[in-house]
Write a protein of this length. Structure first.
Length: 96
């Protein structure tokens, strides 16, 4: 059973803490690649998250969510005058 892949340009949220990406951090899909996994390949997303954090994420680590931030906004470097918690509060979408 194949799952539907998000197309490039899809707005996403991280659903897990992965490296420097935090749960709820907004991002955008910038590419899709196939990563080797034992004897088969599985799709992974190339993503850019808030603070210009670029990572490869598995399908289970992201969810589609229109947070309204452009790719240019996500690629801006983090503001050094704010703590990471304050930066996340500044951009965190409301979850219901």
């Amino acid at each position: 059973m194949k799952t539907k892949l998000f197309p490039v340009g899809t707005f996403i949220l991280a659903v897990k803490n992965i490296g420097s990406v935090r749960d709820g951090q907004p991002g955008i899909v910038t590419g899709v690649v196939e990563a080797p996994f034992f004897f088969w390949k599985r799709p992974m997303y190339l993503c850019t998250f808030f603070g210009n954090v670029k990572v490869a994420m598995k399908q289970s680590e992201v969810t589609e969510f229109n947070h309204g931030h452009s790719r240019e906004q996500l690629e801006e470097p983090e503001d050094g005058s704010l703590s990471p918690a304050e930066q996340m509060q500044k951009i965190r979408p409301l979850k219901k």
